[in-house]
Design a protein around this ligand. Structure first.
Ligand SMILES: Cc1ncc(COP(=O)(O)O)c(C=O)c1O
Length: 1000
């Protein structure tokens, strides 16, 4: 900064020059000069001389200049810097020529130049000049508090002017009437935003005369037509051609003398303004009854309408076209209300009128709204200096049936005077007045759309997106002040928020969030943690809600740039409870992921609109860059990057490294994010599966509980570590068990094989049999699975301390998984299945012994693929010598001439069902032979079946295209099926009931 060139067109040079032209207090100028370079260096002095002082010399305001130069020289000399020669010279000149400090005289007028500086991104606004600087010159008195007060530039005029320039649509093309116009600044701004007609009134003739001079100074023609009592003694000036052309392009401005005390109904109603404005008019209790009466008369204008709803009426001698219609209360639709003014006790005229709280673009399309013309409304900027006076005003207004709303928060103007240190915006309030409601009909009821999110989740972008809609007004975090007040949370802008926003929870909810509005919808951006206990229930009950989530991996790095993140600050837990509260109320909210908004803004917004049951609007896809009037006061801290955006930008292809100081917080947050993510309806994110969500074969299994390690978890959360041996190398053993009639069939036999397999693979820290049994029982009980269920029981070698093959890394002990599912037998056991022979050979003890029931199932899976390709139920696997071993999933039997044969368990799994069926074969009186069997023996068998826990006894009716027997389920098979069924019904280990203390 110290070495960069000062430029009068950009800050800080621009601010210094603007402050000088606006005749800001000299101390402010000095502090700004210091801000340009630390000390008031020669470079800064040169800048001040070139762009401020030398330009102003000889153009009046000498006392101000003298005072400024004096302070400047003092400042420079105090810091032992060299004072520019020109400054000494000019000061010397003033010392000799200006004897008195006439600035102290109360009636002295000076010419200030107020520069409205539009921020970046406002270029699209009709009120923003190409240079983004609007300069208004004003003759005004220097001393605000004595004598010539009407001619001072009051802060409320500055605020109301900012308001007019920030919301030009409200005023453009409208007849605007200012009560107590002072220096005329608001009128000049109204003309700038192309109000069709501007009527400026003041009760003081000298103020009015000064105002007229100001209009001329700013190339505005002041008509002094009707009423005749208006200013007569104003000087009319001669206009140049160019000035005339400029004026023709601007609004017609009328100046009228209007002391409130003597204003009559007829006189005031003649003006028929569409908008009434007033800056700092609530100050003198004695005047208030007259002021309120004048306002009521101005707001209660009745217009005669022709059939075509177009009426010409006379006002100030000129004709104005205006669409209007008289309406009955029940004609109103879409948030508009019919109203009556009952000013003098009788139910008076009815007129279409629209409440305009928060309606930034409110009046833009007003005349097209269901044929209801916008009724007159008033905007009053005020500083509440004395609460009693203000309350008196409110009381009078209520008596006059004027509805007042404080719209300071909902329609905050842009800060167009950033250089004006003497101007304290925070004390300003904007009041909005309208005629009160009638017949209990709600004025301008809007449908509220609540957006709930954690911070840094693109919530401001989505607010901007919704703000683009013509039918939408938006509120930026209306609960913020309440949150700060209740929690005491520290923020750099805490005081500002608390002074500018409503913090009473009831008022925020009832009057701000659900207060009347003029658009059909109101979008409320809420941050989840701001939903504190004690807020009125309506907040969740009323309106439509949606939840915007974002991966904490993205939230956390962004959040910490402004505030140190904490679990509470993130508010993800609150977001989850918002989801569940709403679901419990029977209205589960739509959930949108910020990543999806970035990836596919249109698709995601369309989906969201569908969920919210509102039409999608293309306008939601783009917005202007730069600050917006709807921004909360915290915008400078949080909205830097969103101000650069003009839509939902694609996320960067690669993220920044994650700050590991936030790792713990991430760990806590991710599960909550994932929980909500499961409810996202339209997912387009990075890792989204390209496939549509599949159907679960048995829908009842969508919701089940599985045991993993030492806990029971819902299906989607039941996961093993990426370090687990089963992931690293299929290093695990397993069993399939069945539950029949509250009993687990062959439980101990399965556990024997499980422990044998674990021992053969040298697992360490294996849980005990009792522990495994207990885990199985508890899991079944938790699921209420007592019949027709299958358990996939896995015991992995456990989690490793680092990835790798060696069991030496397994220092956590084994991982037990109990996965129960509802599952009837999986094959067609009534009609039989077909088999094909796979080329893949079953493992032999030479490499991996098939007696170990391990999870390294690729050998079998390859065979199963061959079976699938041949459209067969399963595939027969041969041993290394070409004899049949089993199928990829079951053991196998054949019947030839009344003898039952099955292969030796050398190359196959010694199945529990196999052993059970072998017993049954003997019990049923058949001859059983266990030997090597070749494939041709199976091709030519009378009957074939397979055995396994999952499928029980399954008849095989065709192998490799050869029909088995007559292709029907054979008699031996059927007999054994029945015997097996009987066994499963009567035997097994009972699942303990919760009444039992012991599990044995
Ligand atoms: C390859 C293989 N064969 C046979 C079987 C059948 O064994 P069991 O009867 O013990 O369920 C299984 C079941 O796990 C298996 O995977």
């Amino acid at each position: 900064m110290a070495n960069s060139k000062l430029d009068p067109t950009v800050p800080p040079g621009l601010h210094l020059v603007s402050a000088f032209l606006a005749m800001e207090p000299t101390d402010c100028l000095i502090s700004m000069a210091r801000a340009c370079g630390g000390l008031v260096t020669e470079r800064v002095q040169r800048f001040i001389w070139d762009y401020c002082i030398s330009e102003a010399v000889g153009k009046g305001n000498a006392p101000y200049l003298k005072n400024f130069i004096k302070k400047l020289i003092f400042e420079i000399e105090s810091s032992h810097s060299t004072v520019l020669e020109e400054l000494y010279e000019q000061y010397g000149y003033y010392m000799t020529s200006l004897k008195d400090d006439i600035s102290a005289k109360v009636n002295t007028r000076v010419c200030k130049c107020i520069s409205f500086l539009f921020p970046h991104g406002c270029s699209g606004s009709p009120s923003c000049p190409v240079s983004r600087k609007l300069m208004v010159s004003l003759y005004c008195s220097l001393n605000m508090l004595e004598g010539d007060t009407g001619c001072a530039v009051w802060p409320s005029s500055l605020y109301l002017s900012e308001f007019v320039l920030s919301f030009p649509h409200i005023f453009s093309g409208k007849t605007c009437f200012e009560v107590g116009c002072g220096v005329g600044l608001v009128g000049i701004c109204l003309s700038h935003v192309k109000a069709s007609k501007v009527i400026l009134s003041d009760g003081d003739l000298s103020t009015l005369a000064n105002m007229k001079l100001n209009l001329e100074l700013n190339q505005l023609r002041a008509d002094t037509g009707k009423p005749e009592r208006s200013v007569q003694d104003l000087n009319m000036v001669t206009y140049s051609k160019q000035a005339k052309a400029e004026m023709d392009n601007k609004s017609q401005v009328n100046c009228i003398h209007l002391p409130w005390e003597s204003a009559t109904k007829n006189e005031l109603q003649e003006f028929m303004p569409e908008i009434v404005l007033g800056a700092d008019i609530i100050y003198d209790p004695a005047c208030l009854p007259y002021l309120v009466q004048a306002l009521a008369l101005l707001l209660n204008t009745k217009k005669e309408c022709s059939d075509s709803q177009t009426v010409k009426y006379s006002c100030q001698g000129s004709f104005i076209h205006c669409n209007c219609i008289n309406v009955e209360a029940n004609d109103i639709d879409d948030g508009e209300a019919s109203i009556a003014c009952d000013l003098d006790g009788s139910k008076a005229d009815q007129i279409g009128c629209q409440i305009d709280i928060g309606g930034v673009d409110g009046l833009q399309n007003g005349s097209a709204n269901n044929g209801v013309k916008q009724g007159p409304v008033a905007y009053i900027a005020s500083v509440i200096r004395n609460i009693e006076t203000f309350s008196y005003f409110v009381q009078l207004a209520e008596q006059a049936n004027l509805a007042i709303a404080d719209i300071t928060e909902t329609q905050r103007p842009l800060e167009l005077l950033p250089y004006m240190q003497s101007y304290d915006r925070s004390t300003q309030r904007t009041l909005f007045k309208n005629l009160s409601e009638m017949g209990g009909q709600t004025q301008g009821e809007v449908e509220v759309i609540h957006s709930w999110s954690a911070p840094r989740s693109l919530s401001t972008s989505i607010m901007y997106s919704f703000a683009q809609r013509d039918d939408m007004e938006v509120l930026d975090e209306p609960l913020y002040a309440t949150f700060l007040k209740v929690t005491g949370a520290e923020r750099p802008y805490r005081d500002e928020v608390l002074s500018k926003m409503e913090s009473d929870p009831n008022k925020v909810v009832n009057e701000v969030i659900f207060g009347p509005g003029e658009k059909k919808y109101r979008f409320c951006k809420h941050i989840a943690k701001q939903r504190l206990p004690g807020l009125p229930n309506d907040l969740m009950k009323k309106g439509k809600h949606f939840i915007l989530i974002r991966n904490p991996l993205d939230i956390l790095p962004s959040f910490r740039k402004v505030v140190p993140p904490s679990f509470l600050e993130l508010g993800l837990a609150e977001l989850v409870s918002i989801y569940s509260d709403l679901s419990q109320m029977g209205k589960p909210p739509a959930v949108v992921d910020a990543a999806d908004l970035q990836q596919d803004p249109e698709g995601t917004l369309r989906g969201l609109c569908k969920d919210l049951e509102i039409p999608f609007d293309d306008a939601m896809l783009r917005w202007e860059a730069g600050p917006k009037p709807i921004d909360g006061v915290w915008a400078p801290w949080w909205y830097k990057s969103v101000h650069q955006s003009t839509g939902f930008n694609q996320a960067r292809k690669y993220p920044q490294p994650f700050p590991f100081s936030l790792y713990d917080l991430l760990e806590k947050s991710i599960p909550l994010y994932n929980m909500l993510r499961r409810h996202v309806r339209q997912m387009t994110g990075l890792l989204k599966s390209p496939l549509p969500p599949p159907d679960i074969p048995i829908p009842a299994n969508e919701k089940l509980l599985a045991w993993v390690g030492d806990e029971i978890l819902p299906r989607e959360s039941a996961k093993v570590s990426v370090f687990d041996s089963v992931v690293q190398g299929g290093d695990s053993v397993w069993e399939g068990l069945r539950v029949y009639n509250r009993k687990i069939f062959k439980l101990d036999e399965h556990l024997d094989r499980l422990f044998d397999s674990a021992k053969a693979l040298a697992f360490k820290n294996v849980p005990t049999r009792e522990e495994v049994k207990k885990a199985i029982f508890i899991t079944l009980i938790r699921n209420g699975m007592f019949d027709n269920a299958h358990i996939r029981l896995s015991l992995t070698r456990g989690k490793k301390v680092t990835s790798g093959m060696s069991p030496a890394f397994n220092l956590y002990g084994c991982t037990l998984i109990v996965l129960p599912e509802w599952k009837p037998p999986v094959y067609d056991n009534s009609h039989g299945i077909t088999l094909v022979t796979a080329t893949t050979r079953r493992n032999s003890p030479n490499n991996l012994d098939s007696k170990i029931h391990h999870n390294n199932l690729l050998n079998n899976i390859l065979a199963k693929i061959e079976g699938n390709n041949a459209d067969a139920g399963d595939a027969i696997m041969l041993d290394k010598d070409g004899y049949v071993s089993e199928t990829n999933a079951t053991n196998i039997f054949l019947v030839k001439k009344g003898r039952v044969l099955t292969p030796h368990a050398d190359y196959c799994l010694p199945g529990i069902t196999r052993a059970t069926v072998m017993d049954l074969v003997v019990k049923e009186g058949f001859v059983l032979e266990e030997r090597r069997i070749s494939l041709s023996e199976f091709h030519t068998a009378d009957e074939v079946w397979t055995t396994g826990t999952m499928g029980e006894l399954t008849p095989v009716v065709k192998i490799d295209g050869r029909e088995i027997g007559d292709g029907q389920v054979g008699p031996v098979t059927q007999r054994l099926q029945n015997a097996y069924k009987g066994l499963t019904e009567e035997s097994g280990v009972p699942i303990p009931s919760y009444q039992q203390e012991e599990f044995e």
